[in-house]
Design a protein around this ligand. Structure first.
Ligand code: FNR
Length: 330
C-alpha cells in the first residue's frame, strides 16, 4: 500500500501485517462458514441511494445524542475484548481516541485493561458491556464497579449463551491472556481438549440460562440504563421494550456467534417487508446497529433505515493495531 491508509480496508491490511497470525485471525474472523461475516459487509453494498438534488447542504451537523449524551457523529465504539492483543496500550489508547473524537466507548467485560484503568485514563463517555456469569455475584460486582467509576449505561450482551465456533481460533490454538477485568472473579482454568481456550472459558463461566426475567434482576441491581445487544427479530425487539430497556442494539456479534443469522442491515431493511424492528419498537426506545459498518455511507444507510447511531468493532481494532490512538481516531 502506498502512502497513508485512506479507508478501513487499508487499516485492516496494515493490522494484518502488524499482528501475529493468531491474533489477526481472532480479531478478523467469524463463526463456522463465516457466511454472516461476509454478509454483514455485502448487504450494505447492495443498498444504493436515490439522491435528491438541489438541496442546500452547505451546513451539515453530524452530531447526535445517545441516551441524552451528545456525541460528535453517530458512530460509537463497540465492545470488543482484549485490545492489548492489538497493541500494548490496549483499551486506554482506544478510550483516549473515543474521547478525542467526542464519542462513546463501550468497554467489554473481557477487556485487557480494567474498568478502573480505563475510567481514570480519559474523559470519554463510557458504557460498560456485561456478560452474565454463572456466578451472579460476579456480574453484580462488575456492574457496581462500572457504576462507581462513572460508566453511564450497561450494555447487556444476549447473543452469547455459549461461544460461537470460531474455527481459526481452534486451529491456531488461540491463547487467552489473563483477563484483568475479571481476574480472580472467574476461574480461567479450562480443559482445552477440544475447541479454543476462549470456548472452554465461556462454557465454564457464562450463564447459558440467562433469560427475559433476568432483565428484572439486572434492573434491581443498578440504576444505570440498560441497552440490550444482540436483537435480530421484531419479536424480541417488542419484548425488549416491554421489559423496560433503554435501547436495543441490532447485532449479530460481528458474525462471531451464530452463523447464518442475517446481516444486521438486512434486519433493518425488513421495514420494507412487515417485520421491522424499528417499527416494532414504535419509537419507544432508540435502535442502534453494529456489524459490517466500514464506510460513512454505511452509517448513512443504517440511519436512513431507522438507527439512531451505529457502533464499530473491528475497524477500531485495526486502527489500534496499525497506528494506536491515532489509528482509532482515524
Ligand atoms: C467482539 N464483540 C464483542 N461483543 C460483546 O458484547 N462483548 C465482547 O467482549 C466482544 N468481543 C469482541 C471481540 C472481537 C475481536 C470482535 C471483532 C467483536 C462484538 C462487537 O461488540 C460488535 O458486535 C461487532 O464487532 C460489530 O461488527 P464489526 O464492526 O466488527 O463488523
Amino acid at each position: 500500500m502506498e502512502g497513508e491508509p485512506v479507508n478501513v480496508n487499508e487499516f485492516q491490511e496494515l493490522a494484518r501485517q502488524a499482528l501475529p497470525k493468531m491474533y489477526y485471525d481472532f480479531f478478523s474472523g467469524g463463526a463456522e462458514d463465516q457466511h454472516t461475516l461476509k454478509e454483514n459487509v455485502e448487504a450494505f453494498r447492495r443498498i444504493t441511494f436515490r439522491p435528491r438534488i438541489l438541496v442546500d447542504v452547505s451546513r451539515i451537523n453530524l452530531s447526535t445524542t445517545v441516551l441524552g449524551y451528545k456525541i460528535s457523529a453517530p458512530i460509537m465504539v463497540a465492545p470488543s475484548s482484549m485490545h492489548k492483543l492489538a497493541h500494548p496500550e490496549g483499551e486506554i489508547a482506544t478510550a483516549r481516541a473515543a474521547a478525542a473524537s467526542n464519542t462513546i466507548m463501550v468497554l467489554s467485560s473481557m477487556s485487557s485493561c480494567t474498568i478502573e484503568e480505563v475510567a481514570s485514563s480519559c474523559n470519554a463517555i463510557r458504557f460498560f458491556q456485561l456478560y452474565v456469569y454463572k456466578n451472579r455475584d460476579v456480574a453484580a460486582q462488575l456492574v457496581q464497579r462500572a457504576e462507581r467509576n462513572g460508566y453511564k449505561a450497561i450494555v447487556l450482551t444476549v447473543d452469547a449463551p455459549m461461544l460461537g465456533r470460531r474455527e481459526a481460533d481452534i486451529k491456531n490454538k488461540m491463547i487467552v491472556p489473563p483477563l484483568k477485568n475479571i481476574e480472580g472473579l472467574v476461574s480461567t482454568e479450562v480443559d482445552n481438549d477440544e475447541g479454543s481456550i476462549l470456548e472452554g472459558f465461556a462454557k465454564g463461566a457464562l450463564d447459558a440460562s440467562l433469560c427475559w426475567r433476568d432483565i428484572g434482576w439486572l434492573r434491581s441491581i443498578t440504576n444505570l440504563p440498560i441497552l440490550i445487544k444482540g436483537v435480530l427479530t421484531r419479536e424480541d425487539a417488542i419484548k425488549a421494550t416491554e421489559v423496560g430497556v433503554a435501547g436495543i442494539v441490532v447485532s449479530n456479534h460481528g458474525a462471531r456467534q451464530l452463523d447464518y443469522t442475517p446481516a444486521t442491515i438486512t434486519v433493518l431493511e425488513e421495514q420494507f417487508k412487515t417485520r421491522h424492528v424499528v417499527h416494532a419498537v414504535g419509537g419507544k426506545v432508540p435502535v442502534f446497529l453494529d456489524g459490517g459498518v466500514r464506510r460513512g455511507t454505511d452509517v448513512f444507510k443504517a440511519l436512513a433505515l431507522g438507527a439512531q447511531a451505529i457502533l464499530i468493532g473491528r475497524p477500531v481494532i485495526y486502527g489500534l493495531a496499525a497506528k494506536v490512538e491515532y489509528g482509532v481516531s482515524r
